[in-house]
Design a protein around this ligand. Structure first.
Ligand SMILES: [Zn+2]
Length: 109
């Protein structure tokens, strides 16, 4: 079983975490055969590992039936600390963004 998680970046980027390996979104497209959104990811360390996911009906990601995940694809160990750091960083940015939006705009009326 794979544990998949998509970490959203406020800059519009997406980072995929599969069994504690981080992937950066390379491209995505709509597959005509089954009309699904297919996402191509490459390892964040540029070790050459790639993975494909498809979007499920509730917006989650699952590994595409034609793609496989294996830890042997990577020439390095997984880095759980990097993922936690990434999440914390994105959370802080998200909060900063939200508090800006909630600030009242003076002098509008
Ligand atoms: Zn890798």
């Amino acid at each position: 079983m794979c544990s998949i998680e998509v970490i959203k970046s406020i800059h519009g980027g997406k980072v995929l975490s599969v069994n504690i390996f981080l992937y950066i979104l390379n491209k995505n497209y709509k597959r005509k055969r089954d009309d699904r959104n297919v996402f191509y990811w490459t390892c964040s360390t540029k070790c050459g590992a790639k993975i494909c996911t498809v979007e499920t009906s509730n917006g989650e990601h699952e590994i595409d039936e034609f793609s496989t995940f294996s830890e042997d694809q990577h020439s390095h160990a997984a880095d759980p600390i990097a993922i936690e750091a990434k999440k914390i960083k994105e959370n802080i940015k998200q909060q900063a963004l939200t508090s800006n939006v909630e600030k009242p705009i003076h002098g509008l009326f």
